[in-house]
Design a protein around this ligand. Structure first.
Ligand code: SF4
Length: 63
């Protein structure tokens, strides 16, 4: 599984980072989220799905 954040949709709510703190980081300049490593370890897949569900902007994309 891979995870990406659509930076055009992200509004910086940080809910994704709360759901999966190991998968997301927040940019200092605007508070928007990004995935430092797009490859999701198998043990983190459930958290990645929770992060996608929790994002109000549907900016968390899994593939
Ligand atoms: S929850 Fe969605 S909108 Fe909020 S920081 Fe995460 S990706 Fe961005």
């Amino acid at each position: 599984m891979q995870v990406r954040v659509d930076s055009d949709l992200c509004q910086g709510h940080t809910l994704c980072a709360m759901a999966a703190p190991d998968l997301f980081a927040l940019r200092d300049e605007d508070g928007h989220a990004y995935a430092p490593d797009e490859n999701v370890p198998a043990a983190q897949e459930e958290r990645a799905q929770e992060a996608a569900r929790s994002c109000p902007e549907r900016a968390v994309q899994l593939s």
